[in-house]
Design a protein around this ligand. Structure first.
Ligand code: ADP
Ligand code: F6P
Length: 321
């Protein structure tokens, strides 16, 4: 292989830049040229490629977001769109592609592989909803951002005897909410995989009030069937002792400098992805398993749903009493 391309796709995640840097520097070591595809599959269709040398990726390991930018693109999901993408890759003499992104982006990678393009995927999404890898790039940083916010909100909550509802991201996956709740000391966690009713939330907050606490925290995942605003209204209509406030953390969870964990994870995965691509492997996603880096078929990864750990659900329950 003489020339490969790399893209970052889906929601940006802290550590994507560290992964791009690792990809570029590993390829250069093997005398392989690297092109960056700007704005993911949208840029692939538009032929928006830029040559990346070691210099373009210098000084980015600590930067959040993605220097290649990202996008969501519906056209690439169609057979016509995919043909245009294949043509753009051929026009630029690209012989292999590394896709850094979430579950949807990996489905796109699978589509490319089915067209005969050698592809390796690297899991990156703050949601941690990708099957097969213990952690995706960006999760650790987002979780630390959530904990920082929870700690701050508890300061103000306990000063005013208030209850806080805090909504966190995760799409349909409750990982960030569950871990944020356990590590941030929440009274109750509400996640799509294990929903509790608004009455149960009210009960948990009231129990905390009756135990004499001067604050209470409920962490709710955005994927739950009822909205955080509905829960806040419900709690205002069914008083639990605490005055209630609602904070939606939103996109603050996506930004920021990657933690040491995410920099290392992204760097190791980026290196491994290039090494495997250059060895002729394709259709695989790099995954973290314990302390090891492994590779799993993208087809398998995208056909399965990551489940929430029962151990962590139990921890959340035990520690909130
Ligand atoms: P994430 O990768 O973070 O899960 P999305 O689900 O939005 O983000 O997917 C990112 C992009 O991947 C989509 O906008 C689309 O261009 C591409 N994609 C998603 N699903 C498919 C699919 N089934 N086939 C081809 N491309 C897809
Ligand atoms: O997949 C990452 C994520 O931040 C999800 O947690 C969230 O549901 C979604 O992306 C938000 O997407 P957008 O940036 O398009 O608002």
């Amino acid at each position: 292989m003489r020339r490969i391309a790399v893209m970052t796709s889906g929601g940006d995640a802290p550590g994507m830049n560290a992964a791009v840097r690792a990809v570029v520097r590993t390829a250069i070591q093997s005398n392989v040229e690297v092109y960056g595809i700007r704005q993911a599959y949208a840029g692939l269709l538009a032929g928006d490629f830029e040559r990346l040398t070691s210099r373009e990726v210098s000084g980015i390991i600590q930067r959040g977001g993605t220097i290649l930018q990202t996008a969501r693109n519906e056209e690439f999901k169609t057979p016509q769109g995919q043909k245009r993408a294949l043509r753009a890759l051929n026009e630029h003499g690209i012989e292999g592609v590394i896709v850094i992104g979430g579950d949807g982006s990996l489905r796109g990678a699978l589509a490319l592989q089915k067209l005969g393009v050698p592809v390796i995927g690297v899991p990156a999404s703050i949601d941690n909803d990708i099957w097969g890898t213990d952690m995706a790039i960006g999760v650790d940083t987002a979780l630390n951002t959530i904990l920082d916010a929870l700690d701050r909100l508890r300061d103000t909550a306990s000063s005013h005897n208030r209850g806080f509802i805090i909504e966190v991201m995760g799409r349909n996956c409750g990982y960030l909410a569950l871990m944020g709740g356990i590590l941030g000391g929440a009274e109750i966690v509400i996640i799509p995989e294990h929903e509790v009713s608004m009455q149960e939330v009210a009960q948990a907050l009231e129990d905390a009030y009756l135990r004499g606490k001067n604050h209470a925290i409920a962490v709710i995942s955005e994927g739950v069937s009822y909205k955080a605003t509905d829960l806040a209204n419900f709690l205002n209509q069914h008083p639990v002792g605490f005055e209630i406030r609602l904070t939606i953390l939103g996109h603050t969870q996506r930004g920021g400098s990657p933690t040491a964990f995410d920099r290392l994870l992204a760097t190791r995965m980026g290196v491994e992805a290039v090494q495997r691509l250059l060895r002729g492997e394709t259709g695989l996603m790099i995954a973290r398993s314990g302390r090891d880096q492994v590779a799993l078929p993208i087809e398998e990864v995208t056909s399965k749903t990551r489940e929430i750990s029962k151990d962590y659900l139990d921890l959340a329950y035990i520690l909130s009493r």
